[in-house]
Design a protein. Structure first.
Length: 751
């Protein structure tokens, strides 16, 4: 007898896998009603059942026995008569009072001896994936080309990809040839030959040598030599006569023309610059660095740390030789400040005593220094109070640290461009059930990456699914955001399933799945509304489910990276909230913890919104995701909760924030979206008054967050108990105040 346990007081609604058609009394569903018994007293239990695939049939109610506060449903052949998805609801009677549970879905698998009910081709994840991947009807017949369904499955794309595959193969051959040529330029033909004083010095057969030693029977002073495949060959007196260079870069064995080669390399670099751009934080101080230490100061000579309640010490900060770094305290924006101790380190993080210093306002990096650590008094040196900046002038606008990341410039084509390297095809569809983006590849080699979507920073209610076939399995890595801050990935090998978070690969979970992964692997990651997820592995020998793990991955690419050769690969990203009318874009203020206002939206079931954001995000970062999102779906309302990481100066509104919010409004109006702006609370070290004045005078709707917490004036400390100790983020009480203001000024989220 198998059992399924359900806690009726839990907000989770598990799907009840009760077995196969016509199975009888082999599965018990145990409903824990302890909370109801405690609240309402003793009573009786019934279960209202609506069988699968029979909309005409009335539901029926069963009487359930209760023992030790558990009501037991023994699933009968009546309940499993039809395959598919049915519904059940527990009812608890105490006298004339009635308490009802949530409605649960129960699933009945198909059986050979089952009824003749019509087959639902999307009944389960497995059947849907097989129908999609093979292009077959569920009865085994091919979908005919005349059927429009034929044009929506992987078989169609496989049949249409021959020409693309040939082109990709030709491009790969050409790229290899160019790489071989580049190697020749670097090793043979660009620059002067190497000097060799003896035959023993002529060790690299890819180089040309000029012999500078005493003439011998085989080598002559002043002559140049090249390797003919078996011996060094005399080319004559070096520089005695001119020779013709190959300007086509296509003649095997010829000397490449240096200018043409250089131009080619420059063109390649320019092409690359057109595709990608690197984003780095101007503020290099990361308070989340594991090496950042409170109540410690560093010896500027030997790097030894000492206890002191008056000081804090940074982590190792990478610096570049010759550049000047200026220290600026956030509460005195625009003024260079002095830090107490600075210790310099080489690339192996060994202290360089002579390169450190004390009481420094700036630091120019000498030769040999790769990292620095510094200490300052903790009344200034604490989160959001200190920046380290490049350049000759101190910072004038505060920017919270963020990890470096690469962005694809052409966001409309970037996933197609990357996937073209493995001959992949992308299909995206927005339906009543949200956005579904599918990337497919006929084959993938070891370390190939398949990308479904890039730079859509969806925060909740997502599903990521991958399936691939193989002869032998090594590993699979997939997730949302590959080794960047606010990115999550799961690594599956032959032993474990391991979940990692962030740019530092912080391990969040590791479990042994106990599977022999054979023939195919199908992984489904289901993210909920609380930065948690369920991860399921299915293979030919069985399945394993990690029912709950931390999953805050909401930034960057949805990807799958294989560790072995695979075929018929399909990666799907489903963002269920893309069909909502309200889209919210923000920074750490739109987090899901109890000290953030969205937490209370979800707690009150005001969850009909698309949420997009991550901590440390500024307006320019948010605009990237906004532009990508509205290429896929157009909401009725878009809310802009940005600005805390674009602080105003002492005299003017932050220019980057202003440019971004103006573009946001323009794009909204072009696409028929109603923009809703937000005032941003002032903080002791953060100025937002100029942007708030602009918001209020813009003529657009806005949520008055600054007023909600009493932070309308520069230097505000908020209402008592609402501002956390970091002087930037709300407490739980502050978050509740922001929530109340949000639903007051943007009541569209209440449905």
């Amino acid at each position: 007898m198998s059992t399924i346990k359900v806690d009726v007081s839990s907000s989770k609604k598990p799907v009840l896998q009760v077995g196969y058609q016509e199975e009888n009394e082999v599965t018990d569903v145990l409903f824990d009603i302890s909370a109801w018994v405690e609240e309402y007293g003793g009573g009786t239990a019934g279960l209202r059942v609506k069988r699968p695939q029979n909309s005409e049939e009335e539901s029926y109610e069963l009487s359930l026995p209760i023992s030790e506060n558990v009501a037991t449903w023994t699933v009968s052949e009546t309940d499993t008569h039809n395959k598919g998805n049915g519904k059940v609801q527990l009812k608890y009677y105490v006298g004339s009072a009635l308490k009802e549970s949530a409605v649960y879905t129960y699933k009945v698998g198909k059986s050979i001896v089952g009824s003749d009910n019509p087959v639902d081709p999307f009944d389960t994840w497995i059947e849907r994936s097989k129908a999609w991947a093979t292009g077959e009807l569920l009865d085994g017949e091919d979908v005919p080309a005349s059927d429009e369904t034929y044009h929506n499955n992987a078989k169609y794309y496989a049949e249409q990809s021959g020409t693309q595959a040939e082109e990709a193969e030709a491009q790969a051959v050409e790229a290899k040839a160019q790489a071989d040529l580049a190697k020749q330029y670097a090793h043979q033909f660009v620059g002067a030959p190497r000097a060799a004083a003896a035959a023993a010095d002529m060790t690299d057969h890819d180089l040309i040598y000029v012999f500078t030693g005493t003439t011998t029977s085989s080598l002559t002073n002043g002559h140049w030599y090249y390797w003919n495949g078996s011996a060094w060959t005399d080319g004559g007196v070096y520089n005695s006569t001119a020779f013709t260079t190959d300007t086509t870069l296509a003649v095997s064995g010829a000397a490449a023309d240096a200018k043409v080669a250089g131009d080619k390399i420059t063109d390649l670099k320019e092409d690359l610059d057109e595709v990608v751009e690197m984003h780095t934080s101007t503020n290099l101080l990361n308070f989340n660095d594991p090496d950042f230490l409170e109540n410690k100061y560093i010896n500027n000579i030997n790097g030894v740390l000492y206890d002191s309640s008056a000081y804090n010490t940074s982590g190792y900060i990478h610096v570049e030789v010759g550049k000047t770094y200026i220290f600026t305290f956030g509460n005195q924006v625009g003024v260079a400040q002095s830090i107490r101790f600075l210790c310099a380190f080489d690339s192996s993080k060994s202290a360089i005593g002579s390169a450190g210093g004390e009481n420094l306002r700036s630091y120019t990096v000498p030769e040999g220094v790769a990292f620095i650590r510094f200490s300052s008094t903790n009344d200034y040196f604490n989160p959001n109070a200190l920046n380290i900046m490049f350049g000759e002038s101190p910072i004038t606008e505060y920017e919270e640290y963020f990890a470096p990341y690469i962005n694809i410039k052409n966001t409309a084509l970037d996933a197609d461009y990357l996937n073209s390297l493995i001959n992949a095809k992308i299909v995206d569809t927005v339906t009543d059930y949200g956005l579904s983006i599918t990337a497919k590849a006929d084959s993938m080699s070891n370390t190939d990456t398949l990308t479904a979507v890039q730079n859509v920073d969806n925060k909740t209610n997502a599903v990521i699914e991958f399936i691939g076939y193989f002869n032998e399995f090594t590993s699979l890595v997939m997730g949302h955001g590959f080794e960047i801050s606010y990115g999550n990935k799961v690594v599956i090998d032959n032993t474990n399933m391991t979940v990692y978070y962030g740019s530092s690969n912080q391990q969040m979970s590791q479990v042994a799945h106990g599977l022999t992964i054979s023939d195919f692997i199908h992984v489904v990651i289901t993210q909920n509304n609380g930065a948690r997820a369920k991860i399921q592995i299915i293979t030919s020998t069985g399945d394993y489910t990690l029912t709950d793990c931390s999953w805050d991955g909401c930034r960057g690419n949805v990807f799958a990276k294989v560790g072995n050769n695979m075929t018929e690969c399909v990666l799907t990203a489903i963002f269920k909230n893309f069909n909502e009318k309200v889209f919210v874009f923000g920074d750490s203020y739109v987090g899901l913890e109890q000290s953030r206002f969205p937490y209370y939206l979800y707690q009150n079931n005001y969850n009909h919104l698309y949420l997009d954001g991550w901590g440390g995000r500024n307006s320019a970062n948010a605009l990237i995701s906004f532009n990508n999102v509205i290429e896929k779906a157009i909401p009725k309302y878009a809310v802009w909760v940005l600005g805390m990481n674009d602080a105003d100066s002492a005299t003017a509104v932050n220019s980057s924030w202003l440019s971004c919010v103006q573009e946001f409004i323009s794009k909204c109006e072009t696409n028929g979206i109603i923009p809703i702006l937000c005032t941003i609370p002032n903080c002791p070290n953060q100025r937002n008054s100029y942007k708030n004045a602009w918001v209020k005078s813009s003529g657009k709707r806005y949520v008055d967050f600054a007023k909600a917490v009493g932070a309308e004036e520069t230097g505000s400390s908020w209402y008592t108990g609402m501002l956390s100790s970091d002087n930037v983020h709300p407490t739980t009480l502050g978050a509740k105040a922001l929530f109340a203001r949000f639903i007051t000024d943007a009541p569209e989220v209440i449905r």
